[in-house]
Design a protein around this ligand. Structure first.
Ligand code: SF4
Length: 622
């Protein structure tokens, strides 16, 4: 038994309907620990470059972290990894709730799905026994319907991860949902699951996770719970959820509004954290073993959706269905979020795709003939809700919206690429880098495309939140592009990759130090794990993931922002007149590549760097 792990993964060949158990690759485990890092190592080994992300050669890998399911703070997370149908590069997504812990306690650290099933199936795992079942009766069902039917069928309390109609219909940003409301949301991995005709995974189990030094681990975990319990982070998140940052971003002029045409939303008080508390909040919700309750259990109390309840919206969702679409009706935003959870859709890409269509319509790049007779106007709250459903079923204009902004712009043409707000095909989240330049660098270097949580440099810039997980997260003036500050991003990307690998929530990086995490890993594994190992493994994972993207053709030239951010100055607010200037972005990239040990001209890891990380066997990839 390897301490901290179950020691086994399931390999499910869907084309043949065969399930095999495999021992975890011990060498890779030491190198990548678990989660997205370990899953990427399997992916890069087993999936050739250039394949169709929705074809039989792609593999869909679920992987828990080293500490997932243990009693350490926020040890709730699992990762899903595949080639993304939205971006064509590495697709990774991560989710909390309690699916990860239950998967592990059912007996397995992870699952590799390969091939394509001839008919819909679901995978049941109970205490080390796995079986594939027919899921024809579940196909077409929503997430809550699937949960209900499966719970009845299996006659035992199961924890379920499933896709909804969006995944079945290959919406390029379909999510995998667990515990009904928690999403492995980004990069369209729900569509990969749909392409393989896997409707759900249902698991249950009570297998113990053995640790090398149970007492030492308990003490280390308790110290962290005590620290978190007394923190302002907990107070703020418990009271307001992630939307507590809305006012802070808006006041800095970086709150994307009307598809990023503006950076200040004039009706912020209708959608900010106070408004949520007044209008829809029931209570905060925690993931497994988390002392923080940043999730929002909500209900709509008035209007046409009155009586509906669920979870959300989070900060990003409030902006993408709200200000980005010029909508301030919090009930409509909440309903759009409920529909995404019910149908299995990533809220960021959905809201961003709708906002993009609104601008195309406003500029005449889309007309009513193309939209099925619908006027897609900014500010139409009911329309936003209607479009979410159309996206899931690819009805009418929903078929185009389901492709995401990059493919939409290619099909619409007429210069719309200028304001298609994605990086490498992944729709940008709700922080405008024109108002905090280092965030632009974060978008272009994130391995899965335009993403905030890969390095979350937004924390120390937009919301003055230092990250104790690295030695120095200070950013001087966010409006100034300072290449020397690229080290903050590099350090954060590495440290947060490590948190992913152990199955911890990245928000823990705000309060916990590398030493705190090291004490957990050491006591769990029995190995003499040091801070330098923490840093090295994070760096190794980051380079491995870049290699996957390089294999798909990514280089320096693709590390670029949408033209709007580099050519259209913000028109109003405190950051009025600001851009991310091309030259300053290139200077930040130079510094970043140098700090990473990547080739300055190509942006590709050098053989020397890969050798230093112990990735010699992958040098031929470049
Ligand atoms: S901080 Fe929030 S998202 Fe992270 S584990 Fe805790 S409840 Fe879940």
């Amino acid at each position: 038994m390897i301490h901290g792990y179950m020691g086994k993964i399931l390999r499910v060949n869907l084309s043949e309907g065969v399930i095999r158990e495999e021992d975890l690759n011990q060498e890779w485990l030491k190198y990548f620990l678990g989660g997205a890092g370990l899953a990427t190592r399997y992916l890069i080994e087993e999936v050739p470059a250039g394949i169709d992300a929705l074809g039989p050669e792609n593999k869909l890998i679920f992987m828990t972290g080293m500490l997932t399911g243990t009693a350490s703070a926020s040890a709730s997370r699992y990762s899903v990894v595949a080639k993304s149908p939205l971006t064509g590069i590495l697709g990774t997504a991560n989710s909390g709730g309690n699916f990860g812990p239950q998967l592990k306690k059912s007996g397995f650290d992870g699952i590799i799905f390969e091939g394509i099933s001839p008919e819909p199936v679901y995978l049941e795992i109970i205490n080390g026994k796995a079986r594939l079942h027919d899921a024809l009766h579940l196909w077409g069902k929503t997430i809550p319907e699937t949960e209900g039917l499966l719970q009845n069928e299996v006659k035992q309390q199961m924890t379920i991860a499933a896709i909804g109609p969006a995944g079945e219909n290959l919406v390029r940003y379909a999510a995998i949902m667990n515990n009904k409301h928690r999403a492995a949301g980004r990069c369209g991995l729900g569509a990969v699951m749909g392409s393989k005709r896997v409707k759900a995974i249902a698991c249950a189990g009570k297998k113990p996770i053995r640790l090398a030094n149970e007492d030492g681990f308990r003490q280390a975990a308790k110290r962290q719970f005590d620290l978190l319990d007394e923190s302002m982070l907990k107070v703020g998140f418990d009271a307001f959820g992630t939307n507590m940052v809305a006012d802070m971003v808006n006041v800095r002029g970086g709150y994307p509004t009307r598809n990023w045409q503006q950076g200040v939303f004039g009706r912020i008080e209708e959608v900010n954290a106070e408004a949520m508390t007044d209008k829809v909040l029931i209570e905060g919700v925690s993931c497994f073993a988390c002392p923080v309750a940043c999730g929002r259990k909500t209900e709509i109390r008035e209007g046409k959706w009155s009586g509906n309840s669920g979870e959300g919206p989070e900060y990003e969702t409030t902006d993408t269905f709200g200000a980005m679409c010029d909508v301030s009706d919090l009930n409509a935003i909440t309903q759009a979020n409920y529909l995404c959870n019910t149908l299995g859709i990533d809220t960021i890409s959905a809201g961003a795709s709708i906002a993009f269509a609104m601008e195309c319509f406003e500029r005449g790049a889309l007309d009513k003939k193309q939209t099925g007779g619908i006027e897609i106007n900014f500010g139409d709250a009911n329309l936003v809700v209607d479009l979410v459903e159309k996206i899931a079923y690819r009805q009418s204009i929903g078929d185009l919206l389901a492709e995401g902004t990059r493919l939409m712009a290619q099909r619409i043409g007429k210069g719309s690429e200028h304001y298609a707000m994605n990086v490498k095909g992944l729709e940008l989240p709700a922080y405008d880098p024109r108002a905090a330049k280092i965030c632009g660098l974060g978008y272009v270097t994130a391995n899965r495309g335009g993403d905030h949580i890969t390095g979350y440099v937004q924390g120390p810039t937009f919301i003055d939140m230092p990250f104790l997980i690295i030695d120095d997260s200070s950013i001087g003036d966010p409006w100034v592009a300072n290449p020397q500050e690229a080290h903050v991003l590099v350090d954060l990307e590495n440290a947060l990759s490590l948190l992913d690998a152990i199955g911890a929530c990245k928000f823990m990086g705000i309060l916990l130090t590398a030493e705190d995490i090291v004490s957990l890993i050491s006591t769990a594994s029995g190995a003499d794990f040091q801070v330098r190992d923490f840093r090295l493994i994070g760096d190794r994972i980051y380079n491995l993931q870049r290699l996957f993207c390089v294999r798909e053709g990514i280089n320096r030239e693709h590390d670029r922002l949408p033209n709007r951010l580099m050519e259209d100055p913000l028109p109003d607010g405190p950051a009025a007149g600001m851009l991310v200037e091309r030259e300053s972005l290139e200077a930040m990239k130079d510094a970043y590549y140098q700090m990473r040990g990547w080739d300055m001209i190509t942006g590709i890891p050098t053989p020397e760097k890969l050798h230093a990380l112990g990735l010699d066997d992958l040098i031929e990839t470049i």
